[in-house]
Design a protein around this ligand. Structure first.
Ligand code: URA
Length: 207
């Protein structure tokens, strides 16, 4: 699996704000928005473009646009803080939604919301979820996308644990990962260490 760690001083500074337990909810959300900008910018770097001609005030010029704008899929609830920035950067993109809950007996992720186009064949999909911890929710989300015909899926995350990266790689699914940092590991509650805490709570307050 292709993993791209966005190693940039501005991204690292924004991630520091997100990690800092003293950052307020608004400061955390603002840093997530800015960091999403950089992650999407990197994620789309090799996207296919098509050319067309535009006229400048002076002469004809070669113009370009995305040949195949992606579907953006924030995973509720933490992914919501990434979608506005991603869609303003790629205004032609469409947006779907996935909600995942955890079955308390099996501990398996169970989708409670799938608001997605029926047919995703030929459409690049960017899954937005700040935290890739065990990878269970991300793998289940990508399975839902692949069931609809997706063959080109990018997970756009802020922090990953090595266990989550391994889960994606081992899934055999058509997936690429773009992430700002891969941290040391997981604690006994499956929080990423050092991580940044609960990305949903830190944006929206505790449930
Ligand atoms: N989800 C979070 O919000 N934080 C973690 O550390 C792991 C999963």
């Amino acid at each position: 699996m292709e993993t791209h760690v966005v190693d940039h001083p501005l991204a690292a500074a924004l991630l520091t704000t997100m990690r800092d337990a003293r950052s307020s909810n608004p400061a955390f959300r603002a840093a997530l928005r800015e960091l999403t900008h950089m992650l999407i910018y990197e994620a789309i770097r090799d996207a296919e473009i098509e050319e067309f001609e535009v006229a400048t005030p002076v002469a004809p010029a070669r113009g370009v646009r995305l040949a195949n704008p992606p579907l953006l899929v924030p995973v509720l609830r933490a992914g919501l803080g990434m979608v506005e920035q991603a869609s303003s950067l790629i205004p032609q993109s469409q947006v779907g939604f996935v909600g995942m809950a955890r079955d308390e007996t099996t501990h398996e992720p169970v989708p409670y919301l799938e608001s997605l186009p029926e047919d995703l064949s030929g459409i690049p999909v960017y899954v937005l979820d700040p935290m890739l911890a065990t990878g269970g929710s991300m793998v289940r989300t990508i399975e839902l996308l692949v069931e609809r015909g997706a063959t080109d899926v990018t997970a756009v995350c802020v922090v990953a644990a090595p266990q989550g990266v391994a889960a994606l790689a081992d899934s055999g699914l058509p997936i690429r990962l773009v992430v700002a940092a891969v941290d040391a590991g997981l604690n006994e509650d499956a929080y990423i260490v050092p991580g940044l805490g609960d990305a949903g709570d830190r944006q929206f307050g505790p449930r």
